[in-house]
Design a protein around this ligand. Structure first.
Ligand code: SF4
Ligand code: SF4
Length: 177
Protein backbone atom coordinates (compact mmCIF):
# COMPACT_ATOMS: atom_id res chain seq x y z
CA UNK A 1 0.00 0.00 0.00
CA UNK A 2 1.32 3.45 -0.89
CA UNK A 3 1.77 5.94 1.89
CA UNK A 4 0.73 9.58 1.89
CA UNK A 5 3.40 10.56 4.38
CA UNK A 6 5.46 12.72 2.01
CA UNK A 7 2.57 14.85 0.75
CA UNK A 8 0.26 16.89 2.94
CA UNK A 9 -2.92 17.08 0.89
CA UNK A 10 -5.64 19.52 1.80
CA UNK A 11 -8.99 19.49 -0.01
CA UNK A 12 -8.60 22.14 -2.72
CA UNK A 13 -11.42 23.39 -4.92
CA UNK A 14 -11.70 24.94 -8.37
CA UNK A 15 -13.54 28.23 -8.85
CA UNK A 16 -14.84 29.72 -12.10
CA UNK A 17 -12.11 31.93 -13.56
CA UNK A 18 -9.20 29.91 -12.15
CA UNK A 19 -8.92 27.76 -15.26
CA UNK A 20 -6.59 29.48 -17.75
CA UNK A 21 -7.48 30.46 -21.29
CA UNK A 22 -6.24 27.77 -23.69
CA UNK A 23 -4.09 30.35 -25.48
CA UNK A 24 -2.09 31.01 -22.29
CA UNK A 25 -1.52 27.38 -21.43
CA UNK A 26 1.79 26.69 -23.20
CA UNK A 27 3.47 29.67 -21.51
CA UNK A 28 1.98 28.82 -18.11
CA UNK A 29 3.05 25.21 -18.46
CA UNK A 30 6.61 26.23 -19.40
CA UNK A 31 6.80 28.58 -16.41
CA UNK A 32 5.61 25.90 -13.98
CA UNK A 33 7.02 22.76 -15.59
CA UNK A 34 9.48 21.84 -12.84
CA UNK A 35 6.87 22.43 -10.10
CA UNK A 36 4.42 20.23 -12.00
CA UNK A 37 7.04 17.49 -12.41
CA UNK A 38 7.77 17.64 -8.68
CA UNK A 39 4.05 17.45 -7.93
CA UNK A 40 3.56 14.39 -10.13
CA UNK A 41 6.49 12.64 -8.42
CA UNK A 42 5.01 13.44 -4.99
CA UNK A 43 1.48 12.39 -6.00
CA UNK A 44 2.80 8.97 -7.02
CA UNK A 45 3.43 8.35 -3.30
CA UNK A 46 -0.10 9.27 -2.19
CA UNK A 47 -2.58 6.60 -1.18
CA UNK A 48 -4.29 5.73 -4.52
CA UNK A 49 -7.82 5.93 -3.11
CA UNK A 50 -7.16 9.30 -1.52
CA UNK A 51 -5.62 10.58 -4.74
CA UNK A 52 -8.61 9.41 -6.79
CA UNK A 53 -10.97 11.17 -4.35
CA UNK A 54 -9.12 14.47 -4.65
CA UNK A 55 -8.64 14.37 -8.41
CA UNK A 56 -12.21 13.26 -9.13
CA UNK A 57 -13.63 16.03 -6.92
CA UNK A 58 -11.50 18.62 -8.74
CA UNK A 59 -12.50 17.16 -12.11
CA UNK A 60 -16.18 17.47 -11.25
CA UNK A 61 -15.83 21.04 -9.95
CA UNK A 62 -13.74 22.09 -12.95
CA UNK A 63 -16.15 20.78 -15.55
CA UNK A 64 -19.09 22.36 -13.70
CA UNK A 65 -17.56 25.79 -14.29
CA UNK A 66 -15.66 25.24 -17.54
CA UNK A 67 -17.16 24.62 -20.97
CA UNK A 68 -15.04 22.57 -23.38
CA UNK A 69 -16.72 24.42 -26.24
CA UNK A 70 -14.62 27.45 -25.24
CA UNK A 71 -11.46 25.40 -25.60
CA UNK A 72 -11.23 22.36 -27.91
CA UNK A 73 -7.46 22.37 -27.44
CA UNK A 74 -7.39 18.56 -27.34
CA UNK A 75 -9.28 18.23 -30.63
CA UNK A 76 -7.06 20.88 -32.21
CA UNK A 77 -3.66 19.62 -31.08
CA UNK A 78 -3.53 15.84 -30.48
CA UNK A 79 -5.12 12.77 -31.98
CA UNK A 80 -6.89 10.11 -29.95
CA UNK A 81 -5.88 6.48 -30.45
CA UNK A 82 -8.70 5.02 -32.55
CA UNK A 83 -9.65 1.36 -32.23
CA UNK A 84 -11.59 -0.86 -34.64
CA UNK A 85 -14.76 -0.42 -32.57
CA UNK A 86 -14.37 3.34 -32.93
CA UNK A 87 -13.97 2.99 -36.70
CA UNK A 88 -17.24 1.02 -36.81
CA UNK A 89 -19.05 3.70 -34.80
CA UNK A 90 -17.66 6.50 -36.96
CA UNK A 91 -18.68 4.61 -40.11
CA UNK A 92 -22.22 4.26 -38.75
CA UNK A 93 -22.44 7.98 -38.07
CA UNK A 94 -20.96 8.93 -41.45
CA UNK A 95 -23.01 6.28 -43.28
CA UNK A 96 -19.98 4.86 -45.05
CA UNK A 97 -18.06 1.59 -44.83
CA UNK A 98 -15.40 1.26 -42.11
CA UNK A 99 -12.76 0.88 -44.83
CA UNK A 100 -13.76 4.30 -46.15
CA UNK A 101 -13.33 5.87 -42.69
CA UNK A 102 -9.82 4.40 -42.60
CA UNK A 103 -8.86 5.48 -46.11
CA UNK A 104 -10.35 8.98 -45.87
CA UNK A 105 -9.54 10.01 -42.31
CA UNK A 106 -6.98 7.79 -40.60
CA UNK A 107 -3.39 6.68 -40.62
CA UNK A 108 -1.53 4.16 -38.46
CA UNK A 109 1.08 5.35 -35.98
CA UNK A 110 4.27 3.62 -34.84
CA UNK A 111 2.37 1.79 -32.04
CA UNK A 112 -0.12 0.31 -34.51
CA UNK A 113 -3.01 2.57 -33.49
CA UNK A 114 -5.18 4.40 -35.97
CA UNK A 115 -4.85 8.16 -35.51
CA UNK A 116 -5.85 11.28 -37.40
CA UNK A 117 -2.88 12.15 -39.62
CA UNK A 118 -2.83 15.83 -38.66
CA UNK A 119 -4.30 18.28 -36.21
CA UNK A 120 -6.87 19.71 -35.89
CA UNK A 121 -9.20 16.76 -36.03
CA UNK A 122 -11.19 16.64 -39.31
CA UNK A 123 -14.45 16.46 -37.31
CA UNK A 124 -14.07 19.67 -35.29
CA UNK A 125 -16.08 22.57 -36.68
CA UNK A 126 -15.44 26.30 -36.37
CA UNK A 127 -17.66 26.54 -33.27
CA UNK A 128 -15.65 23.77 -31.55
CA UNK A 129 -18.47 21.26 -31.98
CA UNK A 130 -17.59 17.67 -32.87
CA UNK A 131 -19.60 16.64 -35.93
CA UNK A 132 -19.55 12.96 -34.88
CA UNK A 133 -20.06 13.66 -31.17
CA UNK A 134 -22.55 10.86 -30.49
CA UNK A 135 -20.21 8.36 -32.19
CA UNK A 136 -16.83 9.85 -31.25
CA UNK A 137 -13.94 7.52 -30.33
CA UNK A 138 -13.72 6.14 -26.80
CA UNK A 139 -10.46 8.02 -26.17
CA UNK A 140 -12.26 11.29 -26.96
CA UNK A 141 -15.05 10.42 -24.53
CA UNK A 142 -12.55 9.64 -21.78
CA UNK A 143 -10.22 12.61 -22.27
CA UNK A 144 -8.71 14.18 -20.13
CA UNK A 145 -8.91 11.05 -17.90
CA UNK A 146 -9.08 12.97 -14.62
CA UNK A 147 -12.17 11.01 -13.56
CA UNK A 148 -10.52 7.62 -14.09
CA UNK A 149 -9.93 5.18 -11.23
CA UNK A 150 -6.31 4.49 -10.28
CA UNK A 151 -5.28 7.95 -11.37
CA UNK A 152 -1.77 7.27 -10.09
CA UNK A 153 -1.28 5.18 -13.25
CA UNK A 154 -2.02 8.26 -15.34
CA UNK A 155 0.27 10.75 -13.62
CA UNK A 156 2.92 10.82 -16.36
CA UNK A 157 0.29 11.09 -19.07
CA UNK A 158 -1.45 13.85 -17.11
CA UNK A 159 1.78 15.83 -16.91
CA UNK A 160 1.86 15.79 -20.72
CA UNK A 161 -1.83 16.63 -20.87
CA UNK A 162 -1.31 19.62 -18.57
CA UNK A 163 0.28 21.37 -21.56
CA UNK A 164 -2.83 20.75 -23.67
CA UNK A 165 -5.80 20.73 -21.31
CA UNK A 166 -6.49 23.74 -19.06
CA UNK A 167 -8.46 21.53 -16.67
CA UNK A 168 -5.61 19.05 -16.20
CA UNK A 169 -3.19 21.93 -15.69
CA UNK A 170 -5.49 23.44 -13.07
CA UNK A 171 -5.98 20.15 -11.23
CA UNK A 172 -2.23 19.51 -11.01
CA UNK A 173 -1.56 23.11 -9.96
CA UNK A 174 -4.19 22.76 -7.23
CA UNK A 175 -2.33 19.70 -5.93
CA UNK A 176 1.07 21.42 -6.25
CA UNK A 177 3.50 20.48 -3.46
S1 SF4 B 1 -13.61 13.02 -33.04
FE1 SF4 B 1 -14.65 14.76 -32.08
S2 SF4 B 1 -14.09 14.68 -29.93
FE2 SF4 B 1 -12.60 13.39 -31.04
S3 SF4 B 1 -10.87 14.73 -31.54
FE3 SF4 B 1 -12.29 14.82 -33.26
S4 SF4 B 1 -13.62 16.59 -32.86
FE4 SF4 B 1 -12.61 16.03 -30.93
S1 SF4 C 1 -11.00 18.24 -22.36
FE1 SF4 C 1 -9.52 19.81 -21.79
S2 SF4 C 1 -8.41 20.32 -23.69
FE2 SF4 C 1 -10.27 19.22 -24.25
S3 SF4 C 1 -11.75 20.82 -24.67
FE3 SF4 C 1 -12.06 20.21 -22.54
S4 SF4 C 1 -10.79 21.61 -21.35
FE4 SF4 C 1 -10.11 21.75 -23.46
Amino acid sequence: MKSNSSVALTKPSVEAGEIPEPGRLKALFAANKSALQKTVTALAKVNPRELDGLVHALHQQAFEVYDCLNCANCCRSISPAIRYNDVDQMAKKLRVKPSEVVSRFLTMDAEGDFVFPAAPCPFIDHDNYCSIYSHRPKACREYPHTDRARFYQLLKLSLKNAEICPVVYTILMKLKV
